[in-house]
Design a binder for this molecule. Sequence first.
Ligand SMILES: [Cu+2]
Length: 109
Amino acid sequence: MRVHRILHVLAVALAIACLVGMTATAQQAKGKSHTLEGKVEGVQTDRLTVNHGKVEGYMDAMTMAYKVDKSDVLKKVKVGDRISATVYDGDYTLYDVHVVPPADKAKQK
Ligand SMILES: [Cu+2]
């Protein structure tokens, strides 16, 4: 009984150490975050092609295909939409993609 108890405590301690380690690794893997804004020029099965302005410290202005964090984004976003998303250093994935409403058109009315 006693041995079983000790083993059980060890197993719980190991699980906690493992979780803490994984969280630390995930945070290290993500570099500095930036906001990317641009116009969608293509929607592929697993990527969005975006014509974006310069993102300071991340990338020059260019048109390029990016992966997305959630696949349903590819169903919502259309060619011609202006989007805003979060990107991280060294990771060509768009996180938290939002379609930016065409505010300029509304003002012209
Ligand atoms: Cu690029």
